[in-house]
Design a protein around this ligand. Structure first.
Ligand code: ATP
Length: 284
């Protein structure tokens, strides 16, 4: 028996950091939404107790460092499962890009193993387990669009943004999320994007207001460390995207575009500046 799970990428429509907590994590407010660029995870029973992973990608670890493998080990240990799994990951989401590829793979592994091993866990239980693997995993378990608070694990469902094109451009830089947070001085942020403003834009279904409310306090940090990200943002704005923002801790920059013709033009224009460009859609 084979089980298939899609692991979509996410973008942050807004990301704010409120303060650094005593446990070392940052208290955040993020509004995230899934886009239709996805990894594909196939799970099968190996007929033994082995947990293994294969992938066509040369950019990810295949051992216990891989979040999908860690998800399998966590479930097995927590629920005393003796069965194994072979997972094949068709990686399409760029790695270390700010698109939560690893977190989404972990979430897909949790959902898929819940079915393969017939654990009968609820979505809420899977989200809670996901929080042990990473702050973005609970959102990736649930999908859709949500406001995430705490360190990212407390979720409130929001309406999806109006259907539009999302142009993703990833410069050839690998950004470490830990480095970006390490360089952030939370107390010195002077402009905070508004979670309530973005929530209202989504509730109104207003594409213009969603574009107007985009904001990410990690942008300044990453742009200082990697000026190429700022240049790419400038190009995307110059080419006429309706709203432009860096996703997560970067370095992927995304542009929201309502019209297909314009999206094509922007993609073509970007190709001279950036090798990795994707035109995808929000999930409506
Ligand atoms: P986020 O937006 O959540 O910060 P990201 O998109 O920046 O995530 P990932 O693609 O998840 O970053 O990869 C971050 C690191 O995690 C990589 O350096 C990689 O070695 C490791 N990793 C572990 N498991 C995976 C996986 N399944 N896919 C991709 N990277 C993985």
């Amino acid at each position: 028996m084979y089980i298939y799970e899609k692991a979509p990428a996410k973008i942050n429509l807004m990301l704010d950091v409120l303060h650094k907590r005593n446990d070392g994590f940052h208290e955040v407010e993020m509004i995230m939404t899934m886009v239709d660029l996805a990894d594909r995870l196939t799970l099968s029973d190996p007929g033994s107790s082995r947990i293994s992973l294969s992938s066509q990608s040369g950019y990810i670890p295949l051992d216990d460092k891989n979040l999908a493998v860690r998800a399998a080990r966590l479930l097995r240990q927590r629920f005393g499962v003796s069965r194994g799994v072979h997972m094949h990951l068709e990686k399409r989401i760029p790695v270390a890009a700010g698109l939560a590829g690893g977190s989404s793979d972990a979430a897909a592994a949790l959902r898929g193993l819940n079915r393969l091993w017939e654990l009968g866990l609820s979505m809420a239980e899977l989200e809670e387990l996901g929080a042990e693997l990473g702050s973005d995993v609970p959102f990736c378990v649930r999908g859709g669009t949500a406001l995430a608070t705490g360190r990212g694990e407390r979720l409130e469902e929001l309406p999806n943004p109006p259907r539009c094109w999302v142009i993703l451009a990833k410069p050839p830089i690998n950004v470490s999320t830990a480095d970006v947070y390490g360089n952030l001085k939370a107390a010195e942020i002077d402009v905070h994007p508004s979670a309530s403003g973005m929530r209202q834009a989504l509730e109104r279904g207003s594409f213009a207001d969603v574009c107007g409310g985009l904001g990410n306090v990690l942008e300044d940090v990453t742009l200082k460390l990697y000026p190429d990200v700022g240049r790419l943002k400038g190009v995307m704005e110059h080419l006429g995207a309706d709203g432009v923002l860096m996703s997560g801790s970067g370095p992927t920059v995304f542009g929201l575009v309502s019209k297909e013709e314009k999206a094509k033009r922007i993609c073509n224009g970007l190709r001279g500046f950036c090798a990795e460009v994707y035109a995808v859609r929000t999930l409506g």
